[in-house]
Design a binder for this molecule. Structure first.
Ligand code: ADP
Ligand code: MG
Length: 397
């Protein structure tokens, strides 16, 4: 068994005194391109990574759901019949009132959202023990990983008959309503539906997906993650503000979502929007086009052609969407100076990680140069590691 799956299984045994019935896992994800486009009903191109969150689970005779994680070893328990009182109110209310610790709102919120889809009288209680090797708060979506692993485990234990897309939607509902983080559906879809050496091209309006061959393995390329260790939080601050700017932009332009604005419309948009809103809109509109261009380029030329698109994406986030931080800019420029094919910050921004597409034989040199650039700027040493585009949700045991 995978060592982290074993940790989850052991934690389950400590909690219950018996072995789990099953262990399910879901991966973190990195976003190749398409940032903040998801809640604008646009396009994204993320891929699942090999870092995963494992949920070891088993049924109980009562109606209690109990969760524990290596992240917080104090078990949290709630009666299943109480879940809707806990999470069914206005978004975020329950957690803000402090009735369960925030981390527990992810798995418990998934249980609530799964049951809220239909009528499931008398589902058994469950114990869930969680362990993960997805870095938390680094822009690699540990949140989608915990949601996906929990959703898949409960699907089996409770016989819910969920599709992969259902699981993704349940994860998003949990994150939006139970945790109170207004995120889109990209993370959950890419985590749950990932495939080896592929990215998931997701149309966030229709929710149609296509696996797009990345060809990194054949071309001897790696994706280097440069985690700046600058922590971000989605439930507070800038993320919500950016979302509000996008909504304002769409409303002012008279479209349902920024998805409906094209690069050719930007000139008119500039004349009707204030400067800040225009730059927010410009990022989303050009980013959508870059995602489409990246998919076309991967198909036509392979991965070596996408560098310029990745860099343009970073510049747009830095200058127009203003979600980068100096550490991320340093990571990107140092990686490019070291010869990376492309690099950009990834994830929601305000911290977290950058990715760089790097020749395998240039990896060590690139890491060193990034590390030196951080030292020269007096930033904390970044955490650098490679990620391999990997498979989605799985039953591990
Ligand atoms: P990201 O998804 O980028 O890692 P988020 O803020 O969206 O960052 O989600 C991180 C939060 O998800 C953590 O603060 C914690 O509440 C919860 N979480 C993620 N993984 C785990 C885990 N293994 N155990 C408990 N909680 C987790
Ligand atoms: Mg997250």
């Amino acid at each position: 068994m995978n060592p982290t799956a074993q940790v989850a299984s052991n934690l389950f045994s400590e909690l219950t005194g018996s072995s789990p019935e099953s262990v399910w896992s879901a991966p973190g994800r990195a976003n190749l391109i398409g940032e903040h486009t998801d809640y604008n009903e646009g396009f994204v191109l993320p891929f699942a990574i090999e870092h995963r969150t494992y949920a070891a689970v088993g049924r109980r005779d009562d109606g209690i759901i109990r969760v524990v994680s290596t992240f917080d070893r104090t078990p949290v328990e709630v009666a299943i019949v109480e879940l809707s009182a806990l999470f069914g109110g206005a978004a975020g209310e329950a957690v803000q009132s402090g009735s369960v610790p925030e981390w527990a709102a992810y798995p418990l919120g998934v249980a609530w959202a799964a049951l809220a889809r239909g009528s499931y009288p008398g589902v058994p209680g469950v114990d869930i023990a969680i362990a993960s090797d997805v870095p938390i708060g680094a822009g690699l979506s540990s949140s989608a990983a915990i949601e996906g692993a929990t959703a898949a485990a409960l699907d089996e234990l409770w016989g819910l008959d969920l599709t992969l897309l259902d699981m993704a939607k349940i994860g998003r509902t949990a994150e939006n309503q139970a945790v109170g983080a207004p995120t889109g559906i990209m993370d959950q879809v890419s985590s749950i539906m990932g495939e080896y050496d592929s990215a998931t091209f997701l149309d966030c309006r229709s929710l149609e997906t296509q696996a797009v061959d990345l060809g990194f393995a054949n071309e001897h390329l790696s994706v280097l993650v440069i985690d700046t260790r600058v922590k971000h939080s989605h439930s507070t601050g800038g993320y919500g503000e950016r979302r509000a700017s996008c909504e304002l932009g769409a409303r002012t332009l008279g479209v349902p979502a920024l998805r409906d604005v094209t690069v050719g419309d930007l000139e008119r948009a500039k004349s009707v929007l204030d400067d800040v809103t225009f730059r927010r809109v410009a990022h989303i509109v050009t980013e959508n086009q870059r995602v489409l261009d990246t998919v076309d380029t991967l198909r036509a030329e392979g991965p070596r052609g996408i560098g310029g698109l990745l860099v343009a994406s970073h510049v747009s986030m830095r200058d127009d969407f203003e979600i980068s931080v100096p550490e991320l800019d340093t990571a990107v420029s140092a990686a490019l100076d070291a010869g990376a094919i492309g690099a950009r910050m990834t994830g929601g921004g305000f911290g977290g990680a950058a990715i760089a597409v790097v020749e395998n034989d240039r990896l060590d040199e690139t890491k060193q140069q990034v590390s030196s650039a951080f030292a020269a700027a007096d930033y904390a040493e970044p955490n650098q590691f490679t990620v391999t585009p990997s498979h989605g949700v799985l039953r591990d045991a």
